[in-house]
Design a protein around this ligand. Structure first.
Ligand SMILES: C[S@@+](CC[C@H](N)C(=O)[O-])C[C@H]1O[C@@H](n2cnc3c(N)ncnc32)[C@H](O)[C@@H]1O
Length: 466
């Protein structure tokens, strides 16, 4: 969920060209949906195309055709009228007149409908093309000339590739926009939602998702997926050189995963109660509850990776969130209304955690193992005091390896258990990190997983525990 290239100049002409090319992609998807009889999807896509390039009359003209199919006569009339204002091409004007005439006839405005047909002829149209329409007006037919084809999709389609969930509902979350709120009590480790990303962008490419790449990715989507994608928030509207598709990607994508229609709606918190984890082996992203969550509580994840959130002060986090994600964080750990004292105490804890992890690599593993282990214990306790119930495994993995180095298998197993519990609840049993912890738990002596296992002998650390 980040945008690294936040500077750049772009001329109005370049910006217009960019918006035109997006509008064309979206319109073509709308045409696809129209051909498939997915009229509501088509209507939504033509509306988006209009928003990208408002002065192009073709999009509103196409929407008038969809509205006729949907028996939305007044809307069809208005769209055709708007197209008439915008289109210069006589062929397009004739289409608009023809459609407006149909829409008017359906509303019983036969006189006006006839005028539009006459105007169609004045614009160079052929009489035989509209003869049938004249006859319908003459006969005063009440029956719709437009086949009432079944509507095959809803206005806001759910991503059919997404699993069903009832754990939360989307509601207004004040300054944050929409947010996800628990509809029942959720338990630590529970999967809140699971999504297949609309398009998967590997971690290495995440920051490189440029205008071009976003465009290519969106082109490959189904029309209904584009409607979902375009309905997501764009927090980078101030960057004129960034095309809106890329901006939506960077507002909503999870690093190493991509954009998820459901998960991407969850807001950020620096003391998250949920965690998003992408399972590469199955290509799904899952949201886990990090602690018990009460009914009505907002469910938030951290957009910043572990150390950037639990090891940063409020000010540092604010700067990062603003520059990469385009917003000022109003979470409970950052909001001054929550009490400056609380922020100071939180900053002090997080600074201390940072000091610890920076110190860990400098300990001599043979002579300073106790200090190293005590630091791991302190860091995890500070995380818990902070109300931050994730990432204990960042420190437990160090502790397990160190105990294994000293051949203290009992302690190594204890710490591997801490890692495993964290992995299980925060990432799922099938996640590679949990699987790694599981293997260590089975065999802490395996030096392929714990480098240097069995290197030293004699020292035991069974008194150093959480
Ligand atoms: C991925 S979207 C989350 C869903 C979004 N609220 C919506 O209405 O669709 C990310 C955007 O939500 C808003 N947001 C998320 N967490 C926030 C927070 N802690 N404080 C303020 N705004 C937040 C920001 O505008 C951010 O760019």
């Amino acid at each position: 969920m980040s945008l690294t290239y936040t500077s750049g100049e772009i001329s109005t002409r370049e910006r217009n060209e960019m918006m035109t090319s997006i509008a064309e992609v979206v319109k073509n998807k709308g045409n696809e949906a129209f051909k498939d009889g997915d009229y509501k999807i088509a209507r939504s896509l033509f509306s988006h195309a209009m928003a990208f390039e408002p002065e192009n009359g073709v999009y509103v003209l196409n929407r008038s055709a969809v509205n006729l199919k949907l028996n939305e006569w007044k809307d069809a009339e208005n769209d055709a009228a708007a197209a008439l204002q915008l289109c210069r091409d006589p062929g397009l004007k004739r289409k608009a007149l023809y459609r407006r005439s149909q829409a008017k006839r359906e509303q019983g405005l036969t006189g006006e409908a006839r005028e539009d047909l006459n105007a169609f002829l004045l614009e160079g149209g052929k009489r035989e093309d509209i003869e049938e329409e004249y006859q319908k007006l003459d006969r005063g037919l009440e029956q719709s000339p437009v086949e009432n084809l079944p509507i095959t999709a809803t206005e806001q389609p759910t991503n059919t590739r997404t699993l069903q969930d009832t754990a939360y509902e989307m509601k207004d979350s004040g300054l944050k926009g929409l947010g996800a709120f628990a509809t029942r009590k959720l338990h630590r480790g529970e999967v809140i939602t699971a999504d297949i990303p609309l398009f998967h962008i590997p971690e290495a490419l995440h920051y490189a998702v440029s205008n071009k790449l976003a465009m290519q990715a969106v082109r490959r989507l189904e029309p209904y997926e584009i409607v979902s994608f375009l309905s997501l928030k764009n927090s980078h509207t101030q960057h004129q050189h960034v095309n809106p598709l890329s901006a939506i990607y960077h507002t909503n994508a999870f690093d190493g995963c991509g954009v998820c229609i459901r998960a991407s709606r969850f807001n950020h918190s620096c003391v998250p109660n949920a965690r998003f984890a992408f399972l590469k082996s199955r290509g799904i992203g899952r949201m886990f509850a990090l602690r018990d969550i009460t009914i009505g509580e907002e469910i938030c994840v951290s957009y910043l990776s572990g150390r950037n959130v639990y090891g940063s002060t409020s000010e540092e986090r604010q700067l990062r969130l603003l520059s990469f994600y385009g917003f000022r964080c109003t979470c409970t750990a950052c909001s001054p209304e929550d009490g400056l004292e609380r922020i100071r105490a939180s900053d002090a804890r997080r600074r201390q955690i940072k000091v610890i992890w920076e110190r860990l690599p400098n300990y001599n593993p043979r002579t300073q193992a106790e200090s190293h282990l005590n630091d791991c214990v302190t860091a995890i306790k500070l995380l818990r005091e902070e109300g931050y119930y994730a990432d204990a495994d960042d420190f437990a993995i160090e502790a397990s390896a160190l105990c294994a180095m000293h051949s203290d298998w009992e302690s190594s197993t204890y710490w591997a258990g801490v890692m495993f519990e964290a992995g299980l609840r925060e990432l799922g049993f099938d996640h590679e990190r949990t699987q790694n912890a599981w293997s260590i738990l089975q065999n802490p002596q395996d030096s392929r997983r714990q480098a240097g296992a069995g290197m030293f002998r004699g020292q035991r650390f069974t008194n150093i525990r959480l």
